[in-house]
Design a protein around this ligand. Structure first.
Ligand code: TNX
Length: 504
């Protein structure tokens, strides 16, 4: 009942039981992860294996290029467990597979008594199809508490998803502590109220909301995620979706005399950063603190939904466009983002951007997050840029799963589970599921919208797309196989107390 489905799995006769005599042979960090993930529920000590032990779990690094950066092979037979991988990342995924092969009580928080920790004998070779298997969590619209972020990382690792895209800033909140610009969080981290009901109804709830993360808290989260094979990509959304920053520092906006409030409704703010040298320098200073906290190679600098009216009305911006020989004011965005890319390149980093940049001069080397439809994936490829497939049509899990009026309030809909599972991403760096949080203010809401769809996308990312009929529908046997396996997988989420949306 593995999810995601492994590349190859062949049953072998018999089984192996993990018990109090079982020792572990593995690189230290991998052995620690095994103990951390299997110890609490089983109560087993899993000590380092001695030379004469005959009950052993052995997880070793090997030189096998066919396993790539994250693949592993695993053999369980009555004599023990042996996993091999070319990297510690591969061994970590082998640990997640071992955990899935144990009885689902292994996911319980409390010691489970009277369970025989029996592993079926099997031979597995498992190599992911896509290198980027991500999940965006929007902590800007609602500042989700840190313990939830830790749980979220656990859930990603369980599904062999390797990237958490943390959307840290937006019009309605700035959550990343910046030492040099403390008002970003002191002012930008708090708003007066949020919409009550759908934003289009125009009613405010009257309740303030706010919060932010200290750099040290985020560093700890990064380290915790890294031990599980999950990288965290920070997103600082620029130069639009930045009203919270302008509320904190009016000089970043296009009218320094104007006092803006942190956004209190959802949608697209018309207020964007100005393109003055001082603001560019400030943004680079902010990014310096970002790279200091997040070691991952990619920094997402946003770039979605940037209205250009303020630039068009600004003599300084129009003069700059003319001086740069840009035909359109909108192209200033590509030029400006190129400056950020160059600055980040100085730190050895690459930039990620939303697909709007394709229309405004995306900087060379940028990785494009194609969200406005599957055609944006093709557009990125046509521009010679790597793409992560994140189209709303298949990966926007903030959308309702059905049109049943009993569904909790959603920004839009409908995105059914089968559509996610049938997604054909094409030739891309990988796939990513989005959990924008306008209508996901609490942990239970996030889980409801995330699962089971994120599990389906994790399988697309790891195991590759399934074959679909000419009309895009799942062939009934494929659907039945996945649903059957998913039903078993949901028992694991039950043990973890993750309140997913039940299968229809
Ligand atoms: C569009 S996707 C946005 C977000 C919203 C989302 C809601 C993207 C890059 N921008 O600001 O939260 O739609 O589905």
């Amino acid at each position: 009942m593995l999810l995601p489905r492994p590349t190859r799995s062949t049953p072998v006769a018999g089984h192996f039981t993990v018990d109090a005599t079982t020792g572990v042979h593995a690189p230290e960090s991998v052995a620690d992860l095994l103990r951390e993930l299997i110890g609490p529920a089983t109560g087993l000590p899993l000590p380092p294996a001695g030379p004469s032990d005959d009950s052993v779990i052995s997880l070793r690094l090997t030189d096998d290029p066919t396993l790539g950066a994250e693949g592993y092979q695993l053999r369980i037979d009555p004599s023990g467990v042996r996993a091999r991988a070319g990297t510690e990342a591969g061994l970590r995924w082998a640990v997640q597979t071992l955990r899935q092969l144990l009885p689902d009580q292994v996911y319980a928080a409390e010691p489970a008594r009277g369970v025989s920790w029996r592993l079926p004998a099997v031979e597995i070779v498992d190599v992911p199809t896509y290198a980027w298997r991500g999940s965006l969590l929007d902590v800007a619209r609602w500042c989700h508490p840190l313990p939830f972020l830790y749980r979220y990382v656990d859930l990603l690792a369980l599904h062999k998803l390797n990237t958490l895209h943390l959307h840290l800033t937006d019009d309605q909140g700035w959550r990343f502590e910046v030492r040099r610009f403390p008002r970003l969080t002191e002012v930008g981290g708090f708003r007066a109220e949020s919409p009550a009901g759908h934003a289009r109804d125009g009613r405010g709830g009257g309740m303030p909301h706010g919060g932010w993360y200290q750099q040290s808290e985020l560093r700890d989260l990064v380290a915790y995620a890294a031990r599980r094979g999950v990288r965290i990509m920070p997103e600082i959304d620029l130069p639009g979706h930045a009203q919270a920053a302008i509320a904190a520092y009016p000089e970043f906006g296009n009218d320094p005399g104007r006092r803006l409030a942190v956004g209190t409704t959802w949608g697209i703010s018309t207020h964007v950063l100005n393109l003055e040298p001082a603001t560019l320098t400030a943004v680079c200073d902010i990014l310096d603190e970002v790279v200091d906290v997040f070691p991952f190679e990619y920094v997402h600098v946003g770039g979605d939904e940037v209205p250009t009216a303020e630039w068009a009305a600004s003599p300084a911006a129009t003069a700059r466009a003319a001086e740069l020989g840009l035909g359109r004011v909108a192209d200033l965005q590509g030029w400006w983002t190129g400056r950020l890319a160059a600055h980040l390149a100085g730190h050895g980093r690459r930039i990620a951007v939303w697909d709007e940049l394709l229309d405004r001069g995306a900087p060379a080397g940028a990785t494009v997050f194609a969200w406005r439809g599957t055609d944006r994936i093709d557009a990125a490829r046509a521009a010679g840029l790597p793409a992560v497939a994140a189209p709303f049509s298949h990966t926007y899990f903030d959308w309702a799963e059905s049109d049943d009026p009993a569904e909790p309030l959603a920004i839009a809909g409908v995105l059914p589970l089968d559509t996610v599972y049938g997604f054909q991403p094409g030739d891309v760096l990988g796939v990513q599921g989005q959990l924008w949080s306008e209508y996901l203010p609490t942990e239970p809401r996030v889980w409801w919208r995330a699962f089971p769809r994120l599990a389906a996308l994790a399988e697309v990312g790891w195991s590759g797309p399934v074959r679909v009929d000419a009309d895009g529908a799942l062939p009934p046997p494929t659907r039945a196989e996945f649903r059957g396996r998913l039903a078993g997988h949901l028992r694991r989420l039950d043990r973890l107390g993750v309140g997913y949306r039940p299968l229809d």
